[in-house]
Design a protein around this ligand. Structure first.
Ligand code: EPZ
Length: 418
């Protein structure tokens, strides 16, 4: 397994391009299952999870190619309804093939995704909603067996906001008979990107980005050419890195429209974030940083995927602050690793109390999940001395060539074998 070796203390300076969004690309690639002709995607990030998704589409019977950030997916001779466990266990988002398979094929056999480091992450809300559209499910030997003659439009109220559940239902409803209304739908920018993609293929979706989405089912959907939106979480991570290292970064392709809550909180802490000419965004420390309280919420609230990175920034800010995690039940795995770097954090149930320290000190630490890895990398960039982040296969799932981008910004960071 690989690790990252970081010599901290160098301010990051220069220009970094934000890659395409992992969490937009995954459902949008899965939606190729719905199409009756080839589709070309551009601005696709080069990530492990993207490779896994393309492998799954191959297993389901589709032809795929991926080079220079462009992916092409073509319908094959026929669709295979089974997403096998040995692939699903490496990427929970594989469950996003369920809705498209039921809509396109009338059947699906998808391994039940296990939990992961940050929580149990059940898919009950996906199944209940699809049942309202006429799907029938059995759980057999760890597989979700689904059948549906033809999905029928329905009015669906989600008990709680679910990004994946909203995405599965958007894709299922696109080819269903009649109108589907999703209430208490997720409003994330990635949901909007998926809806825009489906509409570009001929779907009839309105209201995306609001809590009520209407989908008028159509008979078929055709391929198109579509550019994946930039990754707001990667962008947020670099905004934090600029502040943590007292650097001066210019972000290219930064989706400011999707970063209101993140920029508002960072600016409250003292980070300077300015929109510069040519669509660039300039990020610097901007003065003394101060801890602030933050609570993670569904969009447009502060994103849970930025919680670990913000915590790292608070570790080296003045004063103290409380971070409340309301989306996942176990998303503080980075806390004990940050404590190894000298951070002062105490966790009580779903809250972490952070008291800033003048400087972190490098040490060997271990990544536990994708965003925890990013938090440890940015902490290592600011720490005095050497930090080694082990198990960075977690990082490779969601950050395109992070150490290469950081090296170009002056960071002393290298990839090595553990
Ligand atoms: C998506 O996960 C993202 N993943 C996550 O990003 C992100 O943290 C999450 O949305 C919240 O924004 C992708 O887009 C691939 P949910 P998802 O369904 O869809 C519970 C990252 O770091 N729930 O909105 O799985 C669930 O357990 C990843 O890029 C049910 O109880 O999130 C969680 O507590 C991590 N039953 C909460 O809802 C269900 O049927 C939110 O989950 C579905 C969800």
């Amino acid at each position: 397994m690989d690790k990252l070796v970081i010599e901290g203390g160098t301010p990051l300076k220069g220009r970094v391009r934000v890659s395409g969004s992992k969490n937009a690309a995954l459902p949008i690639l899965m939606a190729a299952i719905l199409l009756d002709s080839p589709v070309t995607y551009t601005n696709v990030p080069r990530l492990r999870d993207i490779n896994t998704t393309l492998k799954l589409l191959n297993i389901l019977g589709m032809e795929t190619s991926f080079e220079d950030g462009a992916a092409v997916v073509k319908p094959g001779a026929g669709l295979n309804p089974e997403a096998p466990y040995d692939l699903v266990k490496t990427m929970r988002a594989s469950v996003l093939c369920l809705g498209p398979l039921l809509a396109r094929l009338g059947e699906a056999r998808v391994a039940l995704p296990g939990g992961c480091a940050i929580g149990a992450r059940p898919v009950n809300l996906h199944l209940t909603a699809l049942e309202k559209m006429g799907a029938q499910f059995d759980l057999d030997s760890g597989y979700i067996e689904g059948k549906a003659d033809r999905l029928r439009g329905a009015k669906i109220l989600f008990d709680q906001v679910t990004v994946g559940g909203t995405e599965n239902l958007l894709m299922a409803a696109a080819l269903a008979e009649g109108e589907t209304i999703l209430e208490n739908a997720a409003r994330e920018p990635e949901i909007m990107d998926l809806a825009e993609f489906l509409n570009a293929c001929g779907a009839r979706i309105t209201g995306h980005g609001s809590p009520v989405i209407r989908i008028e089912g159509v008979e078929s959907l055709s391929g198109c050419e579509y550019a994946i939106m930039p990754d707001r979480i990667e962008a947020g991570t670099y905004l934090v890195a600029a502040a943590m290292t007292d650097g001066d970064l210019l972000l290219e392709n930064c989706p400011m429209g999707a970063l209101d809550a993140v920029c508002s909180k960072l600016r409250e802490m003292g980070v300077s974030i300015e929109e510069a000419e040519g669509g660039l965004v300039r990020a610097r420390r901007g003065g003394e940083l101060a801890c602030m309280d933050v609570t993670t919420r569904p969009y447009p609230g502060f994103p849970t995927d930025m919680q670990a990175q913000l915590m790292a920034l608070m570790c080296v800010s003045s004063g103290a602050g409380t971070i409340r995690e309301t989306i996942f039940e176990n998303r503080f795995m980075h806390v004990q690793e940050l404590v190894r770097l000298g951070a002062k954090i105490t966790v009580t149930s779903q809250s972490a109390f952070v008291r800033g320290v003048p400087r972190l000190t490098g040490a060997p630490v271990m990544a536990s999940d994708l965003r925890a890895s990013a938090s440890l990398v940015v902490a290592g960039l600011a720490a005095k001395g050497t930090t080694e982040v082990a198990r960075i296969y977690h990082l490779d799932r969601g950050y395109e060539a992070m150490e290469v981008k950081l090296q170009a910004l002056g960071a002393r960071i290298t990839r090595a074998k553990e």
